[in-house]
Write a protein that binds this ligand. Structure first.
Ligand code: PEP
Ligand code: MN
Length: 359
């Protein structure tokens, strides 16, 4: 029986983003007593995006985790990013290892870590890579399977984008973990709502969504005093908040693939979200070009509103709409809004000779 197969859902991993001080990590564990956690997490080597941020306490923190195990009976898990981390973790009796999102993007590094585990029996959790690539995620899991690790789990922590269009820190792209589950049905899949949401106030909401989709577990960053955290302060919750989150969580035991259409609905919503993001992006680009045209019109003393051009826009867009069986009135209304805004913006550019304006 795999370490990760429990009858209780969710399989729960909680603890601070980073082990900062002995006092911080121990008081966090102490406040977590009684919570149904299977693993106490803490980062001891932290891959930070920019240099100069807190990069973890290393081996010193492994000793604190051993203390926590002895005092509170929690099994422990840390992120390993290179073979020397694996060696130190094994020496200090860490129970489960996880591979972080920034490591999973590098197959050579994943292979090096996997090779350092040959002949070792330890459960491993593999986070998704920072980029939305299900093959890369699957490939990292396979590298551990290939060297003989049998107890494996995947952790979904969302995907980076440049300037997120909504309020996630890392876009969930739910369809990707769902696809991984379809490909590897025997690998439990956990969700890390902390790194997806990036905000303490939204962790519960993302955790619930993961449960609705049928995830097997959760990894939640928990800190005794999140405001003072040395890494990921905005997204960590207190042990009490975690207790409350669990009380409010509705667990669905069935993996709802196609049984009730939930996953399909999730997939369609995700697709609509992506399309809307593109639409808004394109409207922004259109507006930028329109401003450039406004500038040229200004320099050449041409009026912003050109009735001929507007007729042409309307005709061609409605014609395209008809080909797609869309109502041309519907598309015409949308274009009236777009065009009016465009003209309005162009009129904001001071004209050389305003008496030429026809609007
Ligand atoms: C973490 O769990 O603290 C962490 C660094 O996660 P990720 O690899 O998902 O960024
Ligand atoms: Mn973190």
């Amino acid at each position: 029986m795999s370490f990760f197969s429990t009858t209780e859902k969710p399989f729960l991993i909680a603890g601070p983003c980073s082990a900062e001080t002995r006092e911080q990590v121990i008081s966090t564990a102490e406040a977590m007593q009684g919570l149904p956690i299977q693993l106490f997490r803490a980062g001891v080597w932290k891959p930070r995006t920019r240099p100069g941020s807190f990069e973890g306490k290393g081996v010193e923190a492994l000793i604190w985790l051993e203390e926590i195990k002895a005092a509170y009976g929690f099994k422990t898990t840390i992120e390993v990013a290179e073979p020397s981390h694996v060696e130190a973790a094994l020496l200090h009796h860490i129970d489960v290892l996880w591979i972080g999102a920034r490591t999973v993007v590098n197959p050579f590094q994943v292979q090096r870590i996997a090779d350092s585990l040959k002949g070792v029996k330890i459960p491993v959790m593999v986070k998704n890579p920072v980029n939305p690539d299900v093959d890369l995620w699957q490939g990292a899991i396979e590298r551990f399977q290939n060297i003989g690790i049998t107890e494996l789990a995947a952790i979904h922590r969302g995907f980076s984008t440049y300037k997120t269009s909504n309020s996630y820190r890392n876009q969930p792209n739910w369809i990707i973990p769902v696809e991984l589950k379809r490909r590897l049905p025997n690998i439990p899949i956990f969700c890390d709502p902390s790194h997806i949401s990036g905000q303490a106030s939204r962790v519960a909401q993302v955790a619930q969504k993961a449960m609705n989709i049928g995830f097997d577990g959760l990894m939640i960053e928990t800190h005794i005093n999140p405001n003072e955290a040395w890494s990921d302060a905005a997204q960590q919750i207190t042990p009490n908040e975690l207790r409350q989150l669990l009380l409010n969580l509705t667990i669905r035991n069935e993996y709802p693939i196609s049984e009730n259409g939930l996953l399909e609905l999730e997939y369609l919503r995700q697709t609509v979200d992506n399309i809307d993001a593109e639409i808004i992006d394109l409207i922004g680009k259109r507006m930028e070009i329109s401003s450039q045209m406004g500038e040229i019109k200004r320099q050449n003393n041409i009026t912003a509103y050109q009735p001929e051009r507007w007729r042409e826009i309307l005709e061609t867009r409605c014609e395209q709409a008809r080909k797609l069986s869309l109502s041309s009135n519907y598309i015409a209304s949308i274009y009236e809004l777009i065009h009016n805004e465009s003209i309005k913006k162009q009129l904001e550019i001071p004209q050389v000779d305003n008496k030429n304006l026809e609007m």
